[in-house]
Write a protein of this length. Structure first.
Length: 210
C-alpha cells in the first residue's frame, strides 16, 4: 500500500534524517526533508514531555507545508540525574551546545556516581495539516560509559553503552543500531501498523483537503 502524497521529516538533524530514510526505505511512502522546501519558522520545543514536543513539531510542520509530517522528540534519561537531560538533551550544555559539549557536561554530572543506568527514549508523531496525531514510542536501556567510545551515530551515542552487544551506540553500524535503538523500536512499531497508518492518512487527507 502506498501514499499518493509525500511525508516530510520535521527535522534538520542529519543523523536523524539518515536513520529515518533508512527505516522508511521500500515502505511505499515518499519521504522528503525540510531542506527540500523553503525556510519555515522554527518550532519552539517548550513541552514538558517528549510526546508534547513531537506532536507540536509534527502538527506545526504539517500545517505550514500542507502535507503530512512526521517528527520525533527523543533524548537521554539518566536515573541518577532524576531523568535529566530528558527533553533538554540536545541543549543540555546550553541553547547552542554541540554534541561534544553535551557529552562533556554529562560526564561531569556523572563523576563519582556508581549507578549509571540510563535509557534512550523516542516518541514519533505523525500529523496531517489539521486534526490529531498518531503516536509511536520506543525505548532502549543501557548505561553511561566512563569515556566516549566509537565514531558512528550522533548525540550521546559515544557514551551510551549497550550491555547485550558490549558496545556503545557509536560503535554500532546503522543497521545494527536500528534494530535495537529507541528510534528503531518506535519505527518498528510504526512499520507493523504501516498499512493502517497509510489508511488513516488517506482518510484524514480526504476529510482535510489541502
Amino acid at each position: 500500500m502506498t501514499l499518493d502524497r509525500p511525508v516530510v521529516l520535521a527535522t534538520t538533524n542529519r543523523g536523524k534524517i539518515s536513520e529515518f530514510q533508512g527505516l522508511f526505505r521500500n515502505s511505499g511512502v515518499e519521504i522528503k526533508t525540510l531542506d527540500e522546501f523553503g525556510p519555515i519558522p522554527p518550532v519552539i520545543e517548550d513541552g514538558d514531555t517528549f510526546e508534547e514536543n513531537a506532536v507540536k513539531k509534527a502538527q506545526f510542520t504539517a500545517r505550514v507545508l500542507g502535507i503530512p509530517a512526521i517528527a520525533d522528540d527523543s533524548g537521554l534519561t539518566v536515573k541518577a540525574l532524576q531523568g535529566a537531560p530528558g527533553v533538554f538533551s540536545s541543549r543540555y550544555a546550553g541553547e547552542n551546545a554541540d554534541d561534544e559539549s553535551n557529552n562533556r557536561k554529562l560526564l561531569t554530572a556523572m563523576d563519582g556516581i556508581d549507578d549509571r543506568a540510563a535509557a534512550f527514549v523516542c516518541v514519533l508523531a505523525i500529523a496531517v495539516p489539521r486534526g490529531p496525531a498518531l503516536i509511536y514510542e520506543g525505548a532502549c536501556e543501557g548505561i553511561i560509559a566512563g569515556t566516549p567510545e566509537g565514531d558512528q551515530g550522533f548525540g550521546y551515542d559515544p557514551l551510551f553503552y549497550y550491555p547485550p552487544l558490549q558496545k556503545t551506540f557509536a560503535q554500532l553500524g546503522r543497521e545494527e543500531k536500528n534494530r535495537i535503538s529507541h528510534r528503531g523500536k518506535a519505527m518498528a512499531e510504526l512499520h507493523r501498523e504501516l498499512d493502517k497508518v497509510i489508511l488513516w492518512l488517506k482518510q484524514r487527507l480526504k476529510e482535510e483537503p489541502f
